[in-house]
Write a protein that binds this ligand. Structure first.
Ligand code: SF4
Length: 423
């Protein structure tokens, strides 16, 4: 059994005894480790939320990162995955207002998008031509509830709702051999059940379990009712009851405390313990955008970001953990040493409409950097191999036709994409 030389009781307990790391102790560990990192920007203040006892050991970030590495190598192979995707920006009008969001558009703005059926078809055909495997279908939150323009768009295209449009786009994607993964905010049970027939997985970010950021005036989610933690948690739970492989995650640097960030991971862990359907946790770092209310806020502190990624591995040792590589340009490879095992969707075709100032790295470069760190890069479907059994049989059969032959690698290779389709 591995043991850290002078590490904390908590980290050694997780490493040796398989005990779970709890929120108060991880809060202290993250706070202490981040504050001790070279280059720490001082954004965190004092460790918050501990019950009078510091669980953080020496505060040496190397111990936190080493524990994460040990758990990663114990629970994950030397394979790091990504998904070759096209980001289909179906409609970017949104009924909510998040203080950091540059994706959302107002009707008439040059960046506003309301795709017609024909535009959806053409985008998917283009994605196919570029060899994409995943069609990431993204919309704002129920735009028709706020904008007459969105209601007109639905009517003109013969859709009853945004979800109905997503069902159309998903069917079209499948017809072309692309695998849909929908991320459209808080879908209802019946909407998710319908999309489950065509989507191999779906996603909704928890972002934070802090109600404070939604209830305090000026909070990042004050004008975004869909981001109230109870609403997001309800969607994730409903997806669990439906047995849909779900991607979720947290957004760091939007005003949360360390305690709230760690609590958010705890909430995701609890949901996964109950339903077993969380296939992946994304840890996303906030970057300010010039056209948003949070334009003067600092980006997520890098030391804090790395410490939370490591904490995620410690709290959920066998979880798939992703950071978006475009949001840590030039240094994303370092995250392989703090516990991640996935780069998420990377597109050879479309920009990241949520962070348009950050281009995705070329797949060639992703492969080179991953291999330089001692790992092997593989392309996965939007659904992770170990969750493929939850996908309807018809979709699984389609996946099999472009998947590696059984035993091609030691990582459930039957449900990873053939190398000749992405290399
Ligand atoms: S982050 Fe999502 S919910 Fe918030 S404003 Fe942007 S599109 Fe709407």
């Amino acid at each position: 059994m591995s043991k850290l030389v002078s590490g904390s009781e908590c980290l050694n307990g997780v490493l040796e005894g398989g005990r779970a790391a709890e929120v108060p102790e991880m809060t202290d560990i993250v706070s202490n480790a981040a504050a001790a990192c070279p280059g720490y920007g001082g954004a965190l203040g004092a460790p918050s939320g501990s019950a009078g006892r510091d669980h953080g050991g020496s505060g040496d970030p190397r111990e936190l990162f080493a524990a994460a590495r040990i758990l990663q190598s114990r629970h994950k192979s030397r394979t790091v995955t990504f998904s070759k995707k096209a980001f289909i920006n179906v409609i970017n009008l949104c009924r909510d207002i998040c203080s950091y969001c540059t994706y959302k558009a107002e009707p008439g703005q040059s960046k506003s998008v309301m795709m017609s059926k024909r535009q959806i078809d053409l985008s998917l055909q283009m994605a196919r031509r570029y060899g994409c495997i995943e069609a990431l279908l993204v919309t704002g939150e129920r735009p028709e509830e706020r904008y007459a323009e969105a209601r007109r768009w639905l009517e003109e295209n013969g859709f009853e709702s945004t979800a109905d449009c997503l069902a159309y786009a998903s069917r079209k994607a499948l017809e072309l051999g692309l695998f849909p993964h929908t991320n459209a905010g808080n879908l209802t049970r019946s909407e998710m059940a319908e999309l489950q027939e065509t989507n191999v997985s779906m996603g909704v970010m928890l972002e934070t379990s802090s109600g404070r950021l939604a209830s305090e005036p000026g909070g990042a989610h004050y004008l975004a009712p869909s981001k109230r933690p109870a609403a997001r948690i309800a969607v994730l739970e409903e997806a669990g009851r439906l047995r849909i492989p779900m991607t979720t995650g947290i957004l760091l640097g939007i005003g949360e405390t360390v305690r709230e960030a760690v609590e958010s991971l705890g909430v995701i862990r609890d949901i996964h313990r109950r339903y077993g359907h969380i296939q992946e946790v994304i840890i996303q770092n906030f970057w300010p955008k010039p056209d948003t209310a949070m334009r003067r806020a600092p980006p997520a502190d890098r030391a804090y970001f790395m410490a939370v990624v490591a904490a995620c591995r410690i709290m959920m040792p066998d979880m798939n953990i992703q950071i978006p590589p475009n949001l840590s340009p030039d240094t994303y490879g370092e995250f392989l040493s703090v516990g991640i095992n996935d780069w998420g969707g990377v597109s050879p075709l479309t920009p990241d409409y949520v962070n348009p100032e950050f281009p995705w790295p070329a797949i060639r470069r992703l492969k080179r950097d991953t291999e330089a760190a001692g790992y092997r890069l593989e392309c996965r479907f939007p659904v992770y191999p170990e969750f493929a059994h939850m996908v309807p049989g018809r979709l699984r059969d389609m996946m099999s036709s472009v998947a590696q032959a059984d035993g091609d690698n030691g990582d459930g290779g039957a449900m990873l994409v053939k190398r000749e389709l992405w290399e």
